[in-house]
Each structure stands twice: as C-alpha cells, then as structure tokens.
Design a protein around this ligand. Structure first.
Ligand code: SF4
Length: 273
C-alpha cells in the first residue's frame, strides 16, 4: 500500500529558503507558508506623508496609504515595530488587491508597502501594485533588502521608489542582531540603484553597534561607488525597543555620523529627531 505523500514546498523569496511541510506549514517570517496564508492580510492601514517613510526626494508633499504584512524575515533585536513584525497581531484585516488599490487612490496619491518587511508579500504586491499604477498612483517599498535577486527584479518592475535599510557595515551585526547577511542587502541596494526606481537608504545609528567612524566611512564610500554620490541617505536616531535596551542615540553622535557620511555623499539627512 502506498502512503500519502506529504506536501513539501520551498520558498525562494529570501536567502532563508524555508521549506514548508504539513508539520511545519509556516516559514521563518510567519507570513509565507503552505497556501500562502499571509496573502492580503494587512496590518496597519494609515495615510502618511511620504516624508515619513522616509522618502525626502521623491514626490515631495504626496501622501500614501501605508500597510504591511504581519511578520518579517529578519529578527532585529532593536525592531521599532516588533509588535507587528515579531508577533501575531489581532489588528489584521484581509484586503483584496482591488480593495487596497482603490482605497489607496481614494485616500491618497498611492500605496506604500512598509511597517514590517514587504518583499515577503511578493505575490500580493505583484497583484496589487499594477492596479495602483493603472490609476496613475505611486508605489513605494520600505524594505530591509533581505530578498533574493529574482523576486526583487519582479518587484522592481511594478514599483516606483524604495527605501532600503543598510543596518551596519558588518556581516557580524547582520548575523547576530538581525539574523541576516550584509551581502544580500548590498546586492539589493545595487539592483534598485541600477533600476528605474528612485532609491533612498536608511542607516539607523545604534551606539556601540554601528557608530564606528571607520565602518561609517567604508559604508559611505561603498554607497557612493555603488549608487552615486547623490543618493539620499537618512541617518536615523535609534531608540530602545524590543530586546535592545541601550539608551537612545545622543544627538551629538548623530551629528558626527551625519558629518562623516557627508564627506562622501551629497544628500544626507538626520532622522528620528
Ligand atoms: S520569505 Fe519567509 S518563508 Fe520565504 S524564505 Fe524568507 S523567511 Fe522563509
């Protein structure tokens, strides 16, 4: 007698390359899994100024409907949105692609996939973004950049602007603090920079973790070489959240980091102050 074959699927969206089975139906991000349970399950729906994403040099003054999936493929110890990225939220509602696109165009100038990690919503974004574009809306991604090249290329093709975190210039930091790797994020930044999409980068400055002047200088030189000296960089102030309790970034430290980045880049802005 032949046994029943267990369902087994592999996800290729990010380098975790999770395998879903009936016993373990969810991936590490808790959004993707057998039968794509996170599809259209929106957490947080709010109209925000585009500058809050942050995007400073793209459609200034525009507003965007913002939402995201209830999970993330990284596990940053300092996550600012851990209550929706690292745990199940009760504030989740299903929106079909048409419902979300129409709401975005009724209330604002477009749609931002943000709050947690949007690239893990690959199919939902591929279905929804074109409906916003059909109505001449803008589509924005705010991402950790931890995504494989093929899905990223597809997502680039349906979107207009990206803000990608460069969390540190250290693979050790990515491994220990975030559960990811630096090279994947560098690849993503390069790919978006080479595309039609507008790119801005965010560096969240955490005292003792990514404030080393040599690290900052190396990162600044790389951003300039890989994306151009005009790329907008947000150097944002960290606040203690989730599993990181070290005190908030002093303003003087933020100003020093901004000055260092400005030696190599022309559009550097302090953020979260
Ligand atoms: S996107 Fe989610 S399910 Fe897919 S490989 Fe990454 S963590 Fe795993």
């Amino acid at each position: 007698m032949g046994g029943v074959t267990e369902r087994r699927e592999q996800c290729h969206i990010c380098p975790h390359e999770c395998v879903f089975t009936e016993k373990h139906p969810l991936g590490r991000c808790r959004v993707r899994g057998l039968d794509n349970p996170g599809y259209g399950m929106c957490v947080g729906l709010a109209v925000d100024p585009i500058e809050k994403k942050p995007l400073i040099n793209f459609h200034r003054g525009a507003t965007v409907l913002s939402t995201g999936p209830n999970g993330c493929n990284l596990t940053c110890l300092n996550c600012q949105n851990w209550h929706i990225s690292q745990q199940k939220s009760t504030m989740v509602q299903y929106m079909s692609p048409a419902e979300l696109a129409n709401l975005a165009m009724e209330k604002s100038d477009g749609l931002a996939f943000t709050y947690t990690e949007p690239t893990i919503w690959y199919e939902y974004i591929m279905d929804t973004a074109p409906l916003v574009k059909e109505q001449n809306g803008i589509v924005i991604m705010v991402s950790n950049g931890y995504v494989n090249k093929n899905p990223l290329q597809d997502l680039i093709s349906v979107t207009d602007a990206w803000n990608i975190d460069l969390k540190a210039w250290s693979n050790d930091f990515y491994r220990k603090i975030c559960g990811g790797d630096l090279q994947t994020v560098k690849n993503s930044i390069e790919m978006v920079a080479a595309s039609h999409c507008h790119l801005e980068v965010t560096w969240l400055l955490i005292p003792g973790h990514n404030d080393d002047p040599h690290q900052i200088t190396d990162a600044a030189k790389w951003i300039k070489a890989a994306t151009g000296e005009n790329t907008t960089l947000h150097v944002s102030r960290y606040f203690p959240r989730y599993r990181m309790s070290i005190p908030a970034t002093p303003i003087s430290m933020l100003n020093e980091a901004v000055a260092l980045f400005r030696k190599h880049l022309r559009n550097v802005y302090p953020g979260n102050i």
